[in-house]
Design a protein around this ligand. Sequence first.
Ligand code: 3H9
Length: 701
Amino acid sequence: MSSVVSYEVVKNIGVIKVDSPPVNALSQAVREGILTAVQNAQNDDTEALVLMCEGRTFIAGADITEFGKPPKEPSLPDVLTALENSSKLVVAAIHGTALGGGFETALCCHYRCAIASAKVGLPEVKLGLLPGAGGTQRVPRIAGAKAALDMITKGDPVAANKASDMGLIDEVLSGDDLQAAAVAYAQDLVESGAPLKRVRDITIDPASIEPGFFDGYRKALAKRARGQIAQDRIVSCVEAAVNKSMDDGLAVERELFTELVTSPQSRAMRHAFFAEREAAKIKDLPKGTPVREIKKVAIIGGGTMGGGIAMCFANAGIPVVMVEINDEALERGLGIIRKNYTITVQKGRLSEQDMGKRMELISGTTDYADLGDVDLAIEAVFENPDIKKEVFAKLDAACKPGAILASNTSYQDVNLIAEATKRPQDVVGMHFFSPANVMKLLEVVRADKTADDVLATVMQIGKKIGKVCALSRVCYGFIGNRMLQGYGRQAHMLLLDGATPEQVDSAAEEFGMAMGPLAVGDLAGLDIGYKARQARTDVEHDPKTHCIATALVEMGRMGQKSGAGYYKYDAATRARQNDPEVEALIRDKAKELGIEQREISKQEIVDRLFFPLINEGALILEEGIAQRPGDIDVVYLYGYGFPVAKGGPMFYADEVGLKNVVARINEFARTLGEDYWQPAPLLVKLASEGKTFADWAKENS
Ligand code: 3H9
């Protein structure tokens, strides 16, 4: 038998077991092993077959590392045909997550059973793909076109009980012994003379689909999926499932899958998938570094940020105590959390009972003496170094030895914060992004003395609370906000050079950003940057880079919250509107500074916004602030709304070609001045060697 697929006869049932850690992906060896087992089993004494997996999960999909390489026999469709055509009844027995090609394998079995904790799904869309092994044809045949489209275009896994309601699972098993339960289920099917149910034999009546249904679905998707081609192709496949024969539908699916798997979008999204997992690994941490147990957490500061962080832990079932300076502030903080949960309940995304359980996990205090039993304290107070140091000195005195002390600072020097304690080895940065209970990114900031086990613990707890973690060394703004400075500066300078706020934002949004830089400023509040600039007295501010934002704040235009910033906002809809007053202000400022305004092309806007990100990213790599280019991509994808279909700024740079990036930066240096257009030495070096950031990552892994 194959080394990754075994075959064993239990009573009258043949059990085919895949054992290919970590997630039993359908590598060539797994495909061949299943095919051989099914073929051999046709001639033995068994009466039915069970297909199941060892380890943490049923097959979690095709082996993504094989995409983009020459195909190896047998193909997945060949294996699935053998399963579906088996003369003996085949039962898929699912635990963990049957995803993508894994679920498609199960759909080719004649029956599917699962333990209650299992989930099934077709997440290919998250990799810029569509299910390419019959999923787009079989799910609509079982669950209907609408349910299939919802499942495949969102890509989220469905719990076993719901999947059973949809008809995708035939039996939800009780008990923990999957093999015993699945064998018993297969025996029952044999005894009852159950037929070989083949999904391919189900037909959908095209008349059951309302006219215009697919066009309507496409239109709704165009808004939600913003330029991602996979969604559109998925609709075409499901349309074929309704209107064509199984074989013709499979042919459409194959053709469109092949188009997508070679597309830059899917390449970028596959890069993002692996970069996310890689970012959680700290290169120089010895294997087996122990982790500290985190049973209770303290959050210092009950503002929007502190409240959001508290929710992250409560959502993961970890008790939290929130610390505020007085009862009133504490009540306000807890009230904001209660309100946030209530909104989630009203939207039907949380039950009242679960809200109650989460609120019970959150307590409050105004006394640091109550923090003696916490394992992790996260400070989320004002961005003022003196206040932060004071808080850390208090935490150092109140918390038990070994408790981790973390700062949620966005900019401050974590080394200086650590110096305020007698345990710098226990001090680390945990930079959450607002709103903290929603945004996926957690920048973990490693100070000079942070202990290895503290870093390992924070990475682990970050994953537990559902965050994607990336490691940064200490510098002003860490990875994300440091890079953002050049992006924000260019957004501003583009205005002075003649672009309107709408032109700048819509170019960034067409590029794929969730929101343009100026609209983001309005959303966050222009007063925040204003105060930060005023507080930063250690550097000289270039009058050109923020004069408009400063003038807007001084005119009382703080952004959305005051109804106006770079734009005017409709009070009811919050829709942004161009404002001639702002356009006049920009013209005046340009004149004052002696800048001659001109028409600016979309391409220039895009390059001037995104190339500074790449350039600063290269400096950050060179200085060792980030471990890998992929980590920088992860920061931008999960913290700053960078389009996943472009893979992150460093992946985007590789796609554009580093030579082209350097040439354009040099051109901007000539035409716009060298102050902000100096190509990073690493960028120049890689470009001159004809290399990419991905090459650098390999050489420095
Ligand atoms: C597909 O199926 C196409 C078909 O329709 C058509 C084909 C013709 N391949 O996430 P984790 C690795 S497309 C290769 O940390 P968790 C991962 O890189 C596929 N490797 O664990 C990591 O490696 P390392 C559709 C994979 O417990 C390790 O496994 N399927 C694959 O938090 C552990 O991963 C999907 O998109 C793979 N398919 O979560 C599912 N999957 O340890 C993708 C994982 O070296 N996978 N690895 O860093 C997942 O969503 C999660 O991994 C899963 C486990 C939920 C399964």
